[in-house]
Design a protein around this ligand. Sequence first.
Ligand SMILES: [Fe+2]
Ligand SMILES: [Fe+2]
Length: 295
Amino acid sequence: MALVTPNVDPVDVLIDPRTGDTVAPGLVDRRISFTFDDVDPVWTPLAPEFSCAANSVSLLMPYIEPYFVKSVRAFVDDLEPELAAETKAYLKQELQHHVAHRAFNDQMAKHYSGVGRIERGMKATIDWLRTRRSDQFNLAFAASSETIAYSAARWAAERRVELFSGADPIAASLFLWHLGEEVEHKSAAFDVFTAVGGSRRHYVSSMILSMILLMMFVAAGTTTLLWHERRLFHPVAHVRLWRWAIPFAFEVLTNMVMSTFSGHHPTDFADPSFYELWLREYDPETGTLPVWNGR
Ligand SMILES: [Fe+2]
Ligand SMILES: [Fe+2]
């Protein structure tokens, strides 16, 4: 795979020179060929705690992303053709994400016992939401969760050198590709939510619930994986995790609050340019992205 070095500041944004607006790239249906057979579960050896936390997020994806897809797809037939087309492109991206994370998680399961219990908890929770809450609430959950996903992507872009340097290139590509597409489609579910007259009360309550569930499951998963890696009682592990968690919480909570303001649209958020520049190198012929070399 080719090497590229996006020579950009992580907080740069792409600006349309004519309008001064943040550029919103179109949604691309990337089919990435991942092979996880040789991936070490601690795929960031310079920051092993990050692997544990990221793998915990990965555990949730095969449950929560199909839930997003079903929740949004329920409204596709009600949309104008242009928005319906954008929405279908969004759904394709989310489907690709959870398929890739399922394959990655299956590889992780060979190394870790005990994650099955956490996955069963995730499945039961998502099943409960899907079957017991209204279609409108579920759509609001998908739309508001995209704000959290965007915030995670922005947080990771700003500290990508620390987090991903020396990482296994396949696992790093999985997470960076996913985060990059979360930035790309940050508006998609929100546009559907707005088009069908979604309730602000649902938006706020579902966003708080989504954040609580994310924190709960990531805490459970990270604790389990740290224990497996014999780092649960390592002081450095906790210092690092808190050093990442505090700015993460600040990033997410700020964006969550901003997203509840009247007139807010996700395009109001500035995108980190790193992902867009890196994803441009996607080769549809081979289904590959360039190895990111840590800059
Ligand atoms: Fe996703
Ligand atoms: Fe998403």
